[in-house]
Design a protein around this ligand. Structure first.
Ligand code: ATR
Length: 280
């Protein structure tokens, strides 16, 4: 029997930490898998996916999908988890005998990092989610499921925040969470948890919100890590918040993908501390 193959597909993909994380998960759980990375052309995601599935007599059992293909991945899947349907984006595909199953583990990864590693309960909290792109879309459903009191989505393009809120309105109502879309310059209140899901720092732009959105001692989490997260984290520290990068989210979303593929939950705290030592 050939070793099961997985990979991450993206563009760019060379800096992805997923191969390292999944290799450690495989070692620590004794799961016999290989995990690689594939660069897809910007108009060639479907083709890369077909090539992966056709490789080595179907040795590939699934893949992670990263920027900018998460929306396309959701469209190509034959079946989607409820959270991937709401996000309209998939970061995890599993190749089943009856087709591709798509899931989105980004949001549950974020929630697990906040609760398990940062040690903060989401239940009853006020959360500000900045951004309404793929990263924010993946996060919103699990934030609502975790029982926040109020979630505000604020985005540079307000219509995108409104559409995201609209799509999640039924879930918010079911979970009794106040869900609102607000303009970046009109955010009301202060928040115990502020999440930056924008790509603002990548283009060297200023922090897109005023500092008074941070409640005293708030958790301020940037979904990015490394230099891309420094600006937001420094800003948060300067304004009395507790900064956190997206490394824990990265490990936790990978663990959920691994669980979906292998039925085994890997030890995330150990892998996160090892990765932190590497990334710095
Ligand atoms: P991702 O998959 O990483 O979320 P994306 O779907 O391109 O990437 O979304 C990027 C997010 O960052 C969007 O919310 C975007 O705002 P718009 O919807 O208005 O484009 C936000 N963003 C990017 N550059 C920004 C900037 N300079 N200031 C504020 N928000 C920015």
């Amino acid at each position: 029997m050939n070793t099961a193959l997985y990979c991450v597909i993206g563009n760019p993909v060379e800096h992805s930490r997923s191969p390292w994380i999944h290799a450690r998960f495989a070692q620590l759980t004794g799961q016999p898998i290989e995990y690689g990375r594939r660069l897809a052309q910007l108009d060639g995601f479907a083709q890369s996916l077909r090539a992966l599935r056709a490789q080595d007599d179907g040795r590939a059992r699934g893949c992670n999908v990263t920027v900018p293909f998460k929306f396309e991945a959701a469209q190509l899947a034959q079946r989607l988890s409820a959270r991937a349907q709401l996000a309209q984006a998939a970061n995890t595909l599993r190749f089943d005998t009856d087709g591709i199953y798509g899931d989105n583990t980004d949001g549950i990864g974020l929630v697990n990092d906040i609760t398990a590693h940062a040690g903060i309960a989401l239940a009853g909290r006020d959360v500000l989610l900045i951004g309404a792109g793929g990263a924010a879309a993946g996060a919103l459903g699990p934030l609502l499921e975790a029982g926040a009191r109020r979630v505000v989505i604020a985005n540079r393009t307000p219509q995108k925040a409104a559409a995201l809120a609209q799509r999640h309105a039924a879930l918010a109502q079911m979970r009794q969470v106040q869900l609102q879309a607000q303009p970046l310059d009109g955010i009301t209140g202060a928040f115990a948890i502020v999440i930056n899901a924008t790509a603002a720092s990548l283009c060297g732009a200023a922090i897109p919100v005023r500092a008074d959105v941070l409640a005293p001692g708030a958790l301020a989490l940037d979904m990015m890590y490394g230099p891309a997260a420094h600006g937001f984290m420094t800003w948060a520290r300067e304004h009395g918040a507790a900064p956190r990068d997206g490394l824990g989210m990265l490990v936790e979303q990978a663990a959920q993908s691994f669980l979906l593929w292998r039925g085994v939950r890997p030890p995330t705290a150990q892998v996160l501390s090892e990765l932190r030592a590497i990334v710095g």
